[in-house]
Design a protein around this ligand. Structure first.
Ligand SMILES: Nc1ncnc2c1ncn2[C@@H]1O[C@H](COP(=O)(O)OP(=O)(O)O)[C@@H](O)[C@H]1O
Ligand SMILES: [Mg+2]
Length: 252
């Protein structure tokens, strides 16, 4: 294992409601690396994201997850978040009664274990919202309540930039966004790559979000298995040729 190894997944088998969805997934992500995960619908990409984050509905039946040199396979979501793992949801939750601003501030305080001065926090939040072209009034609105699809995704990227995790797993953060919103979200992710030396696992079907990002590795998952890993050019190959040929390779 190289020194810059951040995440190592070994032979991961994951069950959802007693059905095995992931059948032995291996994945290594180094510090500062950007990985793209592609694959047909229903193949287990989101399941991998949830299992990495420690969602209790996703049971690891075999294999291990190592993060920052620690075996975290049995650790709870909370522990993983504090260690610097972040998952942006495909469908972000609405939380009535908690404003976007207070949600991010308390997440930051939990992560660092320190109180954060309100003035400093507000300044940074304002600056980051500007980068994401978010109306400042959203900071005081209840988290995701009445947000459009695009606004929810921007709110996720805002959390990413404020929390500065070591590893961000973005699950179809670009789906359902118009071209301008994709560009803004992509600029936010680029800022995370550059300013936080952050590592990324980007689950996506589209190449738009990747245009301004440098991608180190692309993985293809089919039916709960990683069947191919390549460089950034694999994204284009898949978009040209689809997943069909990999599905055939799998049965050969
Ligand atoms: N919470 C869940 N309850 C029941 N089935 C689930 C749940 N999450 C995932 N699955 C099933 O696991 C399989 C993989 O789903 P998912 O990981 O969402 O695929 P992908 O993200 O690649 O589209 C699907 O058959 C899906 O129905
Ligand atoms: Mg999914």
């Amino acid at each position: 294992m190289s020194d810059n190894q951040l995440l190592t997944v070994k032979n991961l088998h994951v069950n959802v409601e007693d059905k095995e969805i992931l059948h032995g997934v291996d994945l290594s992500i180094g510090t500062g690396e950007t990985h793209v995960l592609m694959g047909p619908n229903g193949t287990g990409k989101s399941t991998l994201g949830y299992a990495l984050m420690g969602n209790p509905r996703y049971t690891v039946t075999e294999g291990e997850i190592w993060f920052k040199g620690q075996n975290i396979t049995e650790e709870a979501v909370d522990f993983r978040a504090k260690s610097g793992m972040f998952l942006s949801f495909q469908n972000p939750l609405e939380v009535p009664g908690v404003t976007l601003s207070s949600f991010i501030r308390s997440a930051l305080e939990q992560k660092t274990g320190k109180r954060i001065r309100l003035w400093d926090f507000k300044k940074e939040l304002e600056k980051t919202m500007e980068l994401l072209q978010m109306d400042p009034s959203y900071a005081e609105r209840d988290l995701n309540v009445g947000f459009s699809g695009g606004e929810k995704k921007k709110a996720e990227i805002l959390q990413l930039l404020m929390l500065k995790p070591s590893l961000a797993i973005l699950d179809e953060t670009d789906s359902g966004l118009d071209v301008d919103a994709v560009r803004t979200v992509s600029a936010g992710i680029e800022a995370y790559q550059k300013t936080c030396d952050g590592s990324l696992l980007i689950i996506t079907h589209s190449t738009k979000i990747l245009e301004s990002l440098s991608v180190d590795y692309t993985h293809v998952m089919v039916e709960g298995k990683m069947i191919k890993t390549g460089d950034a050019s694999l994204v284009d190959e898949i978009n040209r040729e689809g997943f069909g040929r990999y599905e055939n390779e799998k049965t050969e």
